[in-house]
Write a protein of this length. Sequence first.
Length: 303
Amino acid sequence: MNSLNYKHLKYFWMVAKTGSIARAAHQLHITPHTISGQLSEFKDALGVELFRRAGRNLELTDAGRRILSYAEEIFVIGDELLEVLRDQTAKRTLSFRVGIADSVSKSVAYRLVEPALTLKDPARLICREGCLTPLLADLAIHRLDMIIADRPMPSNLNVRGYSHLLGQSGLTVFGAPALTTRLTGPFPACLDNAPFLLPGEEVAIRPKLVQWLESKSLRLHVVGEFDDSALVKSFGQAGAGLFVAPTAIAPHVCEQYKVEAVGRIDAVVEHLYAITTERRLTHPAVVAISKAARQNVFATAKD
């Protein structure tokens, strides 16, 4: 016997369900002659009689009934397979594309975006990281649904977008234990001439941080400048210098990078924005992110 011909099985199943070749042909939109020929081939391939005449109708033989029970299971499983594939296809098309500016803390970005993965209808998250200007270009041509940035939409760019404040936080100075044990005096005097990892020119808080340090008559010993927030933390973890990060995630920074908090700079505030093409937030994922920012991420930033 050759392998099972599923077209033959389908025609057999339809004739068995309808009771006649004519009705099966009508359901399948083919000619009765075609079904009759296919049934004959199926019978010859199996080597058993499938139907017997009962007036104008056909009824199943004992062998036909056994084959029908298998056919039912096969087609139920086939329908389940198609349903699973349809669900997976639908989920693949529901993507949520987020751009994250280099200067944004990756720990904050994760805590902000994570609610998008727990929606009732979860989206496939696609994250892009880079400088703000190229990200805005992608937003303009709808390659991104949202951008998380540490500054609002620049007014000098010909891009339609709206800035939505997600939250704000003061800064905390951190350092590796081997470095912080060498600091002397109270904060912030202990920062004077200490090795410091300064945010790069692309980071929005840099001018205000430098101004604050100068206002305290603190001499800067700048070891390096970093646009990427994750990179500066890695250098800080290695003991290359002190660095700042949002107070809102201070416990997380200490735990993940094995560093210590030296002191808080409440006068320098970092703001985070969601930049979208929507004047009013309606995308479920963006709404969830905005809600999480207010209730969780920045809720205790001023404590």
